[in-house]
Design a protein around this ligand. Structure first.
Ligand SMILES: *Cc1c(COP(=O)(O)O)cnc(C)c1O
Ligand SMILES: [Zn+2]
Length: 422
């Protein structure tokens, strides 16, 4: 098989634990508590981790998420390694000026192996799937997860089924098909796909990275916190802005910063965590605005399809993280999303997909409303590549000039263009 063997003899994973009633379970293909139906989470031996994880041990690791391997829940020796993670943290002074901040960074996760942050979570889930002896990999996806899962399955030599809403962008369907996965278009929205996948998981025993492997999968997002802290010379930023689909990424970024403090690798406090949704699918932003603890599911209608989860599994946990850290949540309309994509591209030279447009547009709103203060060191997570959703901005760009190959005609065309744009 595939993959990198790493010389690690121990791991610090103790087992699974219910996030609601704290009942403990062994490490297995399980994600729901048998006592209360709450979600399960991986539990670690932090005392053991404190002895082995240091700034130096991390610096000596590979330039991928696996430099944080002891903090990730893989209990076998084999890693599915496409080189996910260790993406750039870029200073964003131009965007900072445009939105009214003094100290802004972009975590550019557009440059992962399949061009979204989903490669992080899938790397962990696929590696743990091998440890659990799973023979078929699968997922319920709004698009990006399917490409990441299909690529990891190809690398691991496992058959793969990806189930997605049938109205997905054509470019994303091609992108998941090319790796040889079985692509299943389901008539319905993501929440319908997800429900079907729970039934398929039970009926077939496949490893669905975000269903029955979810406790392992979700932990991969902690690396988005670790990398930011490491790139800032082991300091936490003051404020982070994170897109919300299921809410898992936001919750795990907060957990990642908390673990670094707990392990003595950074000093506190954890950053304020703010969330970004598309107005056409904003169940968490709505609950936040109305001061409610429960999320009311919605039917998504937005160009930000990668964030279009109407009934988010981690929505209430995300709400609680935002409130307890002093962050905020806001939502961006489709025109604001397009404007956000263009603003990021035209100030910082980064072409993000619609989810990135959501996050940048919401950043702007949160600064304008005073939820993010000018002096706060802020990190914006840009989680997917613009070449995944080029149609979102295609109609909003200036027409290219078209000229014969002649200097005179070129000069004429240029003069005409500057007249029309003056
Ligand atoms: C899936 C996804 C997210 C959100 O992830 P959740 O953990 O479900 O909240 C954000 N950005 C992009 C590009 C995604 O594909
Ligand atoms: Zn429970």
């Amino acid at each position: 098989m595939v993959v990198a063997e790493v010389p690690i003899t121990t791991h610090a994973v103790l087992g699974l634990r219910c996030r609601i009633c704290e009942t403990r379970y062994p490490i297995e293909l399980a994600h729901v508590c048998e006592e209360c139906f709450g979600p399960l989470e991986v539990e670690y031996d932090y005392e053991a981790l404190r002895r082995v994880v240091t700034h130096e041990s991390i610096a000596a690791g590979p330039r991928t998420i696996w430099r944080y391997r002891p903090l990730l829940p893989v209990t076998g020796a084999t890693l599915v390694d496409l080189g996910a993670g260790y993406t750039p943290l870029l200073r964003a002074d131009n965007l900072a000026r445009a939105v009214g901040l003094d100290d802004l960074y972009i975590k550019n996760d557009c440059v992962n192996p399949t061009y979204s942050f989903k490669d992080r979570v899938v790397a962990v889930a696929a590696s743990q799937a091998l440890a659990l002896g799973i023979e078929t990999l699968a997922c319920a996806s709004t698009g990006n997860l399917a490409a990441a899962t299909a690529a990891a399955a190809a690398k691991a030599g496992l058959p793969c089924y990806v189930l997605v809403p049938s109205n997905l962008e054509r470019s994303k369907i091609i992108n998941m098909g090319v790796y040889g996965a079985n692509v299943v278009l389901v008539d319905g929205n993501y929440d319908d796909v997800n429900r079907l996948c729970s039934e398929v998981a039970d009926a077939y025993g496949w490893g669905f990275v975000n269903v029955n492997l979810r406790p392992f999968y979700a932990e991969g997002s902690k690396t988005l916190a670790y990398e930011v802290a490491e790139a800032l010379d082991w300091q936490a930023p003051d404020h982070v802005v994170v897109p919300i689909a299921s809410g898992a990424q936001l919750v795990k970024i907060n957990k990642g910063f908390g673990e670094l403090i707990h392990l003595g690798l950074i000093s506190g406090p954890t950053p304020r965590v703010s969330g970004a949704q598309a107005a056409g699918c904003a169940p968490v932003a709505t609950a936040y605005r109305e001061g409610r603890d429960e999320i009311t599911p919605v039917k998504p209608f937005t160009i930000a399809k990668s964030l279009a989860i109407g009934n988010p599994a981690d929505g209430e946990f995300a709400l609680s993280v935002v409130r307890s850290t002093g962050g905020a949540i806001d939502a961006a309309s489709d025109p604001e999303i397009i404007e956000g994509i263009r603003l990021l591209a035209q100030t910082e030279g980064i072409f993000a997909e619609t989810a990135g447009g959501v996050t940048v547009a919401v950043l702007k709103k949160l600064v304008a409303s005073g939820a993010i203060k000018r002096g706060e060191r802020t990190v914006v997570y840009v989680t997917g590549n613009g070449l995944k959703t080029p149609d979102a901005v295609a109609d909003s760009l200036a027409e290219p000039l078209r000229v014969p190959a002649s200097l005179d005609r070129f000069q004429e065309a240029l003069a005409a263009r500057s007249l029309t744009t003056a």
